[in-house]
Design a protein around this ligand. Structure first.
Ligand code: NDP
Length: 287
């Protein structure tokens, strides 16, 4: 049997993250689904998925506003993550972005603040700005997103760059490029991967993924859906966490249940066979 040793991931600074959190892209966009989305997020927290990921980009702040509403009365039990646009990721713009996110989220600090992707601002300026936000107490720690290995290596050569807490990247059964180089490198440097789109956006990111015969057979034998197999697979090892987005209580419940699923070595081998990891370096997949 293959089972991670713990239900949590520990960052080098001692912070504890659940292996499953919750994404919020496209939440807060429609008034008609607002109450359901808030209820879904709160339910997810109750079920132990107490990390919520958002970004200033999502719905131009509407996702953060919705998360702020969902957090009322439970802020302290949630590990809150937001992201800054690359063009805002230094100096006064970084402080302004962070403060605006805090205001929309109705909180005085973020547990983790990420550079959403690399833009034209030098990484050294972003690190300097992030470290200043930590010093001012507006964020507890910082990390990055969508950085491939060369960018990560550059980041770690910058003074303070080794304080990077996580790298949030695309990772699902149908997109395994990070396993070749980035994931082992991050393991060596104790920087966990936070997997985004772990459900391949309900299978839409890779044709044939949820319809795959192996995925379906394993799902059937566990009495779960193919998407639950995808989610359980993304966190099958103890140092990768995932942030599925679910807008309904039912989906949230299924996702939380997937966190408890344990594969046999043979099932993992069959999934490897159906969706092999690349044996050469491929560019980092992103959306
Ligand atoms: P996901 O892979 O999480 O898929 C989300 C889709 O899956 C939604 O359509 C959702 O529908 C559906 N879904 C969720 N649970 C179930 C279930 N149990 N059964 C059936 N369908 C289900 O895609 P995302 O792209 O949203 O990625 C997750 C999060 O990662 C984002 O929300 C965001 O926070 C982050 N992200 C970060 C990026 C970055 O650049 N750093 C890029 C992309 C995402 P429904 O809403 O109806 O439940």
């Amino acid at each position: 049997m293959s089972k991670p040793e713990s239900d949590v991931i520990r960052l080098p600074d001692g912070a504890v993250l659940p292996r499953l959190g919750q994404g919020t892209w496209f939440m807060g966009e429609q008034a008609s689904s607002r109450a359901e989305e808030i209820a879904a997020l709160r339910y997810g927290v109750e079920l132990g998925m107490n990390l919520i990921d958002t970004a200033e980009m999502y719905g131009d702040g509407r996702s953060e506003e919705l998360v702020g509403e969902a957090l009322r009365g439970i802020r302290d039990s949630v590990f809150l993550v937001s992201k800054v646009y690359p063009h805002n990721a230094a100096g006064a713009s970084l402080v302004r972005s962070c403060e605006a996110s805090l205001k929309r989220l109705g909180t005085d600090h973020l547990d983790l603040y990420l550079l959403h992707w690399r833009g034209t601002i030098p990484l050294a300026e972003t690190v300097e700005g992030m470290e200043a936000l930590v010093a001012s107490g507006k964020i507890a720690r910082w990390g990055v997103s969508n950085l491939d290995i060369a960018d990560m290596q550059e980041l770690l050569r910058i003074p303070g760059g080794n304080h990077c807490a996580v790298n949030q990247v695309l990772y699902h059964l149908g997109s395994r490029g990070i396993e070749h180089e980035l994931l082992p490198w991050q393991r060596g440097h104790k920087i966990p991967i936070m997997a985004y789109s772990p459900l391949a956006q309900a299978g839409k990111l890779r044709k044939g993924l949820t319809e795959n015969e192996t995925v379906q057979r394993i799902a059937e034998s566990h009495g779960v859906t193919p998407l639950q197999i995808l989610l359980a697979w993304s966190i099958r090892e103890g140092d990768v966490m995932a942030i599925p987005k679910a807008g309904t209580r039912r989906h949230v419940e299924e996702n939380a249940a997937a966190g408890k699923l344990v594969f046999t070595a043979d099932e993992l081998w069959q999934l490897d066979d159906a969706f092999p990891q690349p044996s050469w370096k491929v560019p980092l997949d992103m959306i």
